[in-house]
Design a protein around this ligand. Structure first.
Ligand SMILES: CC(C)(COP(=O)(O)OP(=O)(O)OC[C@H]1O[C@@H](n2cnc3c(N)ncnc32)[C@H](O)[C@@H]1OP(=O)(O)O)[C@@H](O)C(=O)NCCC(=O)NCCS
Length: 177
């Protein structure tokens, strides 16, 4: 099932991206090595790479499984990051990246809570989960603050190429209805 194109929270609009967002994404987070450290992709070298990400994200909205939102701060319309909701039968997962200048303000926790709230309003979603590299402390905090429980460790689960070519251990967090 398809989530709405906009989800409103106290301080944010979670909204579907558009191509004009590429420069803000590139400058705000995609080009920074400290952002991509625990991610599956390399920092973008130029704004064209951010445009490709956006093209794919916008196209995916026509499908049924991957829905990426930008976090637009109500106060000044700046972008605080992005969160992608991924649908599976009876459950949903999500992944996220924050704009460096907005780190530590609780925005990603607010977005994660809104995603979970939306999911549990759907009669056929019973579980929401996310994973984070065992060393990704800020990300683990987001999941804990969003009310999720650490269920275990997924050993050698994900390659984070900015750290190593070997797959790394990740924690899995979840919340159920
Ligand atoms: C993970 C991330 C999205 C968090 O975004 P955010 O908007 O700062 O999230 P919040 O403000 O809700 O919470 C972040 C928590 O991490 C802590 N934190 C922030 N920066 C930190 C840092 N450099 N070192 C340690 N802790 C940090 C904050 O203090 C906060 O915890 P607290 O409320 O207990 O103090 C952001 O750090 C990020 O973009 N990281 C890089 C991309 C990434 O790793 N994505 C997740 C992949 S699983």
């Amino acid at each position: 099932m398809k989530p709405p194109e906009t989800i409103e929270t106290e301080r944010l609009f979670l909204r579907k991206p558009c191509m004009d967002d590429a420069p803000a994404i590139f400058e705000g987070w995609a080009r920074h090595p400290e952002v991509t450290r625990f991610l599956t992709w390399y920092p973008h070298q130029n704004v064209e790479q951010s445009q490709v990400l956006l093209q794919r994200s916008i196209a995916a909205w026509d499908g049924e499984t991957h829905f990426r939102y930008l976090l637009e701060v109500k106060e000044d319309a700046s972008l605080a990051g992005m969160i992608e909701l991924r649908m599976e039968p009876f459950k949903m997962s999500f992944g996220y990246t924050g704009a460096i200048r907005h780190w530590g303000k609780g925005y990603m926790t607010e977005a994660a809570r809104a995603a979970i709230d939306w999911a549990f309003q759907q009669p056929n979603i019973f579980r929401v989960y996310a994973t984070a590299d065992v060393e990704n402390v800020p990300s683990r905090r987001v999941l804990e603050k969003a009310g999720m429980t650490r269920e275990g460790i997924l050993r050698k689960d994900s390659i984070h190429p900015n750290i190593s070519d070997e797959p790394r251990d990740c924690y899995i967090y979840a919340i159920v209805k």
